[in-house]
Write a protein that binds this ligand. Structure first.
Ligand SMILES: Nc1nc2c(c(=O)[nH]1)N[C@H]1C(S)=C(S)[C@@H](COP(=O)(O)O)O[C@H]1N2
Ligand SMILES: [Mo]
Length: 433
């Protein structure tokens, strides 16, 4: 009966979201009738005595006191960053991945933000830290944290992604059985607040031949990158806050450069020096690991933008669909370093048919965008895919299309379509479509 309300959106059980939610009867009265997944029990038929007897301890005793700084529930202890194993153990080069499959919405909790540190995390005393702007400027200036705190600030919601995110799907000949976190967790979303760099550059003034800026961090390895001045004048900032609190040491305390939509590596943490120049410096950090090797062997030296990308985070790798068929909401994240996400299409039949997913607001430029689509799984083996398009019309490529552009061993800036294999026993596994 109720199924008659539900319009199909594409093959193998993808449902039209509007008709699904508008079948109001399903929402109000029929949780127990199978419109959604299965409830644990139907209250209409449960005996009253069994409800009273089931009051748990915490409903009958006073709770504990609160603490100065809150922590997640002890029952969420398993939701943690994951340390990537490929980095040599003795090295201070470490990569921690965000558990993206546990996140809802578009903001990553600060403590779970991914982190890439080439030389460990310096514990910087903000009283002793200075930001220096010099080079091709009229008036070289030093700013301490206190003086920066007096400038006008802006708050913006943006994603940050490491160029090496999802590298194993780029280079591994066969798909590794990894979770969304392990595959693509070098990506997070935050609200960043700080001072637009153009305000500070206005104070120093710029010489006529100023074209590039070398940004350097105060970590032991002096992480440094060359960035075109135009971009920095456009929307970059010296970020001091993340998600309403001061940036954490892992993210660059007391300040970092934030360069919206561009590769993570340019977002220099523990920022202490900006040197305005007329050409790039070709630093170690931009000439080695963070360059892309094209199909013909040439090196694409600068590839700044993070391209349009998406993945389904639920269901995703290493998860288990608890019921061997029935209703599931497919949900995921899409983003583009070029602007807003315009559309995300989902396929539940390995790419034969596609349906547009619902984009949950707010849809912001260079920010994570949450998408959802209802799905009634018929219990058969299948492959789930998502494909994002941004407002410039850039479409996420297939893995093969992506690999055609680059040498077989090139792994940066991978944005191929993520495929999840659904087995009949409900196990979800990374696959190549
Ligand atoms: N000073 C400094 N800045 C740095 C790095 C670093 O090691 N040192 N790592 C870079 C890389 S490779 C990435 S992907 C981003 C990661 O930012 P996050 O750790 O805040 O997620 O910071 C960049 N900025
Ligand atoms: Mo990175």
């Amino acid at each position: 009966m109720r199924k008659a309300f539900l319009k199909t959106a594409a093959g193998n059980g993808l449902l039209d979201r509007r008709s699904f939610l508008q079948s109001g009867i399903a929402l109000s009265t029929s949780f127990s009738l199978g419109a959604f997944a299965a409830p644990v029990s139907d209250l209409n038929t449960a005996p009253n005595s069994s409800i009273a007897a089931s009051f748990p301890e915490w409903m009958k005793t006073p709770g504990r006191a609160d603490t100065e700084y809150g922590q997640p529930s002890i029952y969420e202890k398993q939701v943690q960053r994951h340390l990537q194993k490929s980095a040599p153990e003795a090295s201070l080069f470490s990569i921690w991945h965000t558990p993206i499959e546990n996140q809802r919405g578009i903001i990553t909790p600060s403590g779970l933000h991914f982190t890439v540190n080439h030389n460990g995390i310096p514990d910087i005393d903000p009283q002793q830290h200075v930001l220096m702007i010099h080079g091709l400027v009229d008036k070289p200036l030093k700013f301490d944290v206190e003086s920066l705190m007096r400038y006008p600030m802006v708050s913006v919601i943006h994603f940050l992604e490491c160029a090496g995110n999802t590298a194993t799907n780029a280079v591994s000949l066969s798909p590794l059985d990894q979770s969304a976190q392990e595959l693509s967790g070098q990506m997070s979303g935050s609200e960043w607040a700080g001072i637009p760099l153009k305000y500070l550059l206005k104070e120093t003034g710029l010489k006529a031949n100023a074209k590039w800026v070398i940004a350097e961090g105060a970590d032991g390895g002096s992480h440094s990158r060359s960035i075109p001045l135009d971009k920095l004048q456009d929307d970059a900032m010296v970020a001091l806050y993340q998600n309403g609190e001061r940036i954490r040491p892992s993210q660059g305390y007391p300040m970092r450069l934030f360069v919206p939509g561009w590769e993570g590596n340019l977002n220099v943490k523990w920022l202490h020096r900006l040197e305005v120049t007329d050409q790039p410096a070709y630093t170690k950090d931009e000439s080695g690991l963070y360059s892309d090797i094209l199909d013909d062997g040439r090196i694409q030296r600068f590839s700044f933008h993070m391209d349009v990308k998406s993945l389904i985070t639920r269901p995703s790798g290493k998860q288990l669909l608890p019921e061997k068929k029935g209703f599931y909401e497919i949900s995921g994240l899409a983003w583009s370093g070029y602007g807003k996400i315009k559309q995300v299409e989902v396929s539940a039949d390995g790419g034969k048919t596609w349906a547009p997913a619902h984009l949950e607001g707010p849809i912001l430029p260079k920010s994570l965008t949450r998408f959802t689509i209802p799905w009634r799984w018929n219990g058969s083996e299948t492959v789930l895919l998502s494909r994002a398009t941004d407002e410039l019309g850039r479409v996420q490529p297939t893995r093969d299309q992506w690999r055609d552009q680059y040498a077989s061993y090139s792994f940066n800036h991978y944005n191929g379509i993520q495929a999840w294999h659904i087995a009949r026993d409900g196990i979800v596994e990374n696959c190549y479509g």
